[in-house]
Design a protein around this ligand. Structure first.
Ligand SMILES: [Zn+2]
Length: 132
């Protein structure tokens, strides 16, 4: 490696890293490399912000549900007593099975249950949306 870098110092035009689109241009190559590095840093920062926002959203969602919990019933799909209903707004009820993941919503508890029943077999899982 050391040998090659010394060689390229003497013959920079033989270093493929100094070429841009078929033209020998070490200054432009250096500029492009710098920009690529800056872009990577920016992307990494954006990804961190997105990850933090998702975590915050998830935590807020869990807190909201804890405060809005109504009842746990038998799930119409898997049969386990894991179907939790939340009253998130005055006229918005949400059912979510903690086991199989089926869910449904409606303006009353009965409507939310009916919506959940009509989703049987659709392969819904409310946790998929929390993970993305
Ligand atoms: Zn279930």
């Amino acid at each position: 490696m050391g040998e090659w870098s010394e060689y390229f110092e003497d013959f920079p035009e033989e270093n493929p890293a100094n070429w841009v689109n078929g033209k020998f241009n070490p200054a432009l190559r250096e500029q492009l490399n710098k920009e690529a590095t800056q872009q990577e840093a920016a992307n990494s920062e954006i990804n961190n912000l997105i990850a933090k926002a998702k975590e915050a959203r998830k935590a807020k969602s869990l807190e909201r549900k804890a405060n809005a919990f109504v009842v746990t019933e038998d799930c119409p799909q898997c049969g386990l007593t894991e179907l939790k209903t939340y009253k998130l707004e005055q006229d918005f009820y949400l059912c979510e099975c903690q086991d199989c993941g089926i869910y449904g919503a409606g303006s009353t508890h009965a409507e939310a249950l009916a919506s959940t029943c009509s989703a049987i077999g659709d392969g819904l899982d409310w946790r998929d949306e929390m993970l993305d």
